[in-house]
Write a new protein. Structure first.
Length: 132
């Protein structure tokens, strides 16, 4: 892993973050969007955020994000946010989460699968060259 600032990925990360905020604040009453789409998108946000600052192997990064996401989800099973003293509604309580769900893990896996397919499709495209 090597530090390398990527403005492209940073701008994408900001855009995806704003979508997540929109989902959490304005679209929270639309069950499918709030309950599932947000979890799919959050792994994509993590991917673009890491790619904003580091040059790293895509497949290893996606696997790492899936493992990280699952670990965070499993901490919710043990009510870690509450045990750490975060109050319901606080930023850290929301970030860590408060309810374990196997469906959330499936959503994280779906997001990682989408990332993997997107990367494979983009890497398989022939590179354009300038010829005289």
């Amino acid at each position: 892993m090597k530090f390398q600032l990527s403005l492209k990925y940073l701008l994408i990360s900001i855009f995806i973050f704003l979508i997540e905020v929109l989902i959490a604040t304005k679209l929270k009453d639309i069950f499918f969007v709030r309950a599932y789409l947000g979890d799919v998108i959050v792994v994509i946000l993590l991917y673009t955020l890491v790619k904003s600052f580091f040059r790293v192997n895509n497949e290893k990064l996606i696997l790492g994000i899936l493992i990280f996401s699952c670990c965070v989800e499993f901490t919710q099973y043990f009510n870690i946010a509450e045990k750490l003293g975060f109050r319901p509604g606080s930023l850290m309580y929301i970030v860590i989460g408060n309810s374990f769900s196997w469906i959330d893990i499936l959503c994280y896996a779906a997001g990682c699968l989408l990332l993997f397919v997107w990367i494979k499709l983009n890497n398989s495209k022939p590179q354009q060259t300038i010829s005289d």
